[in-house]
Design a protein around this ligand. Structure first.
Ligand code: CDV
Length: 311
């Protein structure tokens, strides 16, 4: 088995405050892109909604106020420097942002190739939170209010370096996300996230936030024999703490490298893509061992029902 190496970087971001301009945020991203390049990395994963603060924590009714967080073109004048740097340095990247397309709002990521061109786009499918504001609650999670469900599926793109797929934040907790990409022989799944340390809609002990984050990434990587590169937005944003824990996970399910801080931080790892082959040929040889004839309920049924048909 010959080794195929891919040098991945993950660029975690510290908090982005509402007053931070796009120029200032893009300057931070550029600095990390250059840092990744200086270490030899050829692909970088940035977080979900990387260009702004995590605005679904606020209830807003004025469309102009909401749309200030969205991009109507990609690249636009303020994000073009990222594309120029990708081409100049030969470094591809994943970038999450809020997309306004034909009047429809999506939570989106793009994959930009090492030539600075857009390889592909993904729109978040598993949208968490609520559509209705909780009265009297200062901190909301209103992703269902601000984003439509993505309409692009879970594609995988064959780049010259690797087969790369994307997902966004809450998608990483769902096994279907990885399996649909695993069935396309994905080699690297890139994922950006914004995970508040305290989830206002649900009382979960703090220590489980990081545990479930890592558990999901590690299970997805192992069960689909792929690498996972996960970049979070961390630290205290507008008074709200967000988990860090950005990392690169191997097809063994092991975390190979992980951030230390809750600030802007680049981590990198030289991934052996051939590490997937052992798993694909043996324990997770899909063609030999999967039994889709017994999996119909996964796509025909949405919510769980008790065996007697009760809810
Ligand atoms: N931005 C997110 O999708 N956040 C979610 C919520 C549930 C905290 C997450 O899964 O991390």
């Amino acid at each position: 088995m010959s080794a195929r190496k891919l040098h991945l970087a993950v660029a975690q971001m510290g908090p982005v405050q509402r007053s931070d301009s796009r120029q200032r945020v893009v300057a931070r991203l550029l600095e990390m892109l250059r840092e990744a390049h200086s270490r030899g990395a050829t692909w970088v994963t940035f977080p979900e909604l990387a260009l702004t603060t995590f605005f679904p924590r606020w209830s807003m009714e004025d469309p102009a106020e909401v749309h200030a967080f969205f991009e109507t073109e990609m690249p636009g004048p303020l994000t073009q420097p990222l594309f120029d740097a990708a081409r100049a340095l030969g470094v591809g990247f994943y970038l999450g942002y809020a997309e306004l397309a034909g009047g429809v709002q999506y939570n989106t990521s793009i994959l930009v190739g090492r030539d600075g061109g857009i390889v592909g786009k993904y729109r978040k499918i598993h949208i968490p939170g609520e559509a209705a504001t909780r009265e009297g609650q200062a901190v909301q999670h209103l992703e269902k209010k601000y984003f439509e469900v993505g309409d692009l599926g879970f594609p995988v793109w064959q780049t010259p370096d690797a087969a790369i797929g994307m997902c966004i934040c809450n998608d990483r907790r769902w096994p279907e996300t990885y399996r649909v990409m695993g069935l396309q022989r994905v080699e690297v799944v890139m994922v950006g996230y914004n995970t508040p340390s305290g989830y206002t809609q649900w009382d979960e002990p703090l220590h489980l936030r990081m545990h479930h984050h890592l558990l999901s990434l590690q299970a997805g990587a192992y069960q689909n024999a792929c690498w996972v590169a996960a970049a979070g937005k961390a630290g205290v944003e507008e008074g709200n703490p967000m988990i860090g824990g950005s990392c690169i996970v191997a097809p063994t399910g092991e975390v190979m490298v992980r951030t230390f801080s809750e600030d802007d931080e680049v981590i990198n790892f030289v991934c052996d893509l051939s590490a997937s082959e052992n798993y694909r040929a043996n324990i997770f040889n899909f063609a030999a061992h999967r039994r889709p004839e017994h999996y119909g309920m996964i796509v025909s049924r949405k919510g769980a029902q008790a065996p007697d048909g009760g809810a």
